[in-house]
Design a protein. Structure first.
Length: 147
């Protein structure tokens, strides 16, 4: 079960990044043109939804991961090691913040008065969310974990 969830979490990272790049491209061109339509709203919903899926998988991984569980057995030793510290104290905190920023972007874009303001909100909040995701991905781990 753990291996399967870790693989899904690994692969879903690429879907998140693909959705983020598409969303960023739409927000930038929509901002320039002063346009915002259903496809822009959908792009935001897809990114936010995929982030929610990663959050759910991540919570399950925190519970099931042998690495996290043994690190929690001796937190002060785990904090001395950069890789275990990353998973018990850094990865989930930054990613949770990225999920929250995605939801803020979604709400602000929905509420803004006109197309340009909606795209401005999308650029700011989704952009900050993407920056955190890029920062908090453990790039030293396998780029594709297929089982
Ligand atoms: C939001 C809350 C999240 C939590 C609680 C979480 C939790 C975790 C945990 C516990 C692991 C390590 C499991 C282990 O090695 O035993 C992990 C690995 C990983 N996480 Fe997350 N994660 C979250 C979000 C994300 C997001 C948003 C992304 C990318 C978009 C992401 C990408 C990854 C990657 C690429 C790995 C390494 C997978 C591998 O080694 O194959 N995580 N995560």
């Amino acid at each position: 079960m753990y291996d399967l969830l870790l693989s899904i979490h690994n692969i879903a990272r690429w879907l998140v990044l693909l959705a983020a790049v598409y969303l960023f491209y739409r927000s930038l061109s929509g901002f320039r043109l002063g346009s915002y339509g259903p496809a822009d709203r959908r792009a935001g919903q897809i990114y936010t939804g995929l982030m929610d899926v990663q959050l759910l998988l991540g919570i399950l991984l925190l519970v099931l991961s042998p690495l996290v569980q043994s690190a929690l057995g001796n937190v002060s030793a785990a904090m001395q090691n950069s890789q275990t510290r990353f998973f018990i104290a850094e990865h989930w905190v930054l990613m949770l913040a990225a999920v929250i920023l995605a939801h803020v972007g979604s709400a602000r874009a929905r509420k803004a008065a006109d197309a340009r303001l909606k795209q401005r909100q999308a650029l700011i909040w989704y952009g900050l969310s993407l920056a955190l995701v890029l920062l908090a991905i453990p790039w030293w781990r396998p780029l594709l974990r297929l089982g």
